[in-house]
Design a protein around this ligand. Sequence first.
Ligand SMILES: Nc1ncnc2c1ncn2[C@@H]1O[C@H](COP(=O)(O)OP(=O)(O)OP(=O)(O)O)[C@@H](O)[C@H]1O
Length: 456
Amino acid sequence: MRYHGREVDIEGRVRLVMESALTARDRVGVQDFLLLENHNSEAAFIENLRRRLRENLIYTYIGSVLVSVNPYRELEIYSKQQMERYRGISFYEISPHIYALSDNTYRAMRTERKDQCILISGESGAGKTEASKKILLYYSVTCPTNDRMASLGECLLQSIPVLEAFGNAKTLRNDNSSRFGKYMDIQFDFRGAPVGGHILNYLLEKSRVVHQNHGERNFHIFYQLLDGADNNLLNELDLERNPQKYQYLVKGNCPRISSVSDKNNWKAVMKALSVIGFTEEEVQNLLRIVGSILHLGNAQFGEGEGGETYITTEPEISTLAKLLAVDGSALGEALTHKKLKAKGEEVISPLSFEQALSARDALAKTMYRRTFNWLVEKINQSLAPKDELHRSSKSSTLIGLLDIYGFEVLQCNSFEQFCINYCNEKLQQLFIELTLKSEQEEYETEGIAVSLLVST
Ligand SMILES: Nc1ncnc2c1ncn2[C@@H]1O[C@H](COP(=O)(O)OP(=O)(O)OP(=O)(O)O)[C@@H](O)[C@H]1O
């Protein structure tokens, strides 16, 4: 992670003096890799991280970049007292921390009156989402506030369980993996008080709606609905509590996650939706769409002797039509036929069996993607600055949090995976550009000879 703006460029000697003020425990290994003697050795780098992790010191700097190691256990380092400790402190005075990075970014924004960006990158499961939550929490606790700002902070924090329910899923690497990329910004007024926020989402992995690899799950919301909703709601949506009944939930053969309570998370999501400002009707419509997708997955087809395709699960289609408030026969027709326009004339021709399956899945994916986008837009409406002055965004500065899609070695066997890989490569390039190349250019302009760090 790196913050931009005022470069904290203190000479190694000064850092050494500052380090001497640290407690013995904080001084395990080096707290800034710039001080590592054997700085070319990967083994020495890893050993330093390992030594520090053994003492629960998960953060280490590389200059103004913060390296974070996932401890996979709760550490007592995120309390309000810790937040207070890091307020107004310069980077090297106390041990490295995500709060130091958050605080320095905030102060750089205020003193320079310039927008800042925190780029969070790492492989899937590294702790990017947790890091962005810690940063948001730090600002919501430490920034100046009034009633409006407190409600803004609350909305921002409450958007997390909602986005996680609809955008996260269990993968083999992470029980709560974000399956979308996000760029979130917080807008501050001239006094440094938060006045608005905005979330931009990209590349939701919508193929997960219809297919999951072995040991993985669909998006959390499906399981939360089945586990957490009361009987009335399930009856209304014509759903059974058992996830094994739904084709879109059985592919990964993993209905439960031992570390997660879908029921508790359901409660948290329902509460969050109401705090953010979703009306009861909106929540009901949202859940109808989630339920419809499960019914759609159970729609099956048969193949006639003449090669025509027909629906074998009529009751599913009528339930679906009822939930979506559309005409049942038109829906059935749309799932088994395609409409072509040729020379101004409409021609309706039947779909093959394979085509019908793929039309069904395409409809499910599109419904989910559009619902997710709608959800983010609704959240954005509640985060938008209320004040006309700040809406133009000229009178405020912002801190952006770019949570890069956790990269995995994905085989490029679909266009979606290709786009995710391409996007990751571009963002990694940007990261290198900002962290290494700019430094290298500075050395060059100052006439300092360095061995080549990065080539274009
Ligand atoms: N600072 C931390 N302290 C304790 N546990 C953590 C911390 N960071 C991450 N974890 C644990 O690791 C898990 C994975 O972290 P997280 O979801 O943030 O990874 P990610 O990098 O966002 O992954 P993905 O790219 O798959 O979304 C968390 O659910 C949590 O259990």
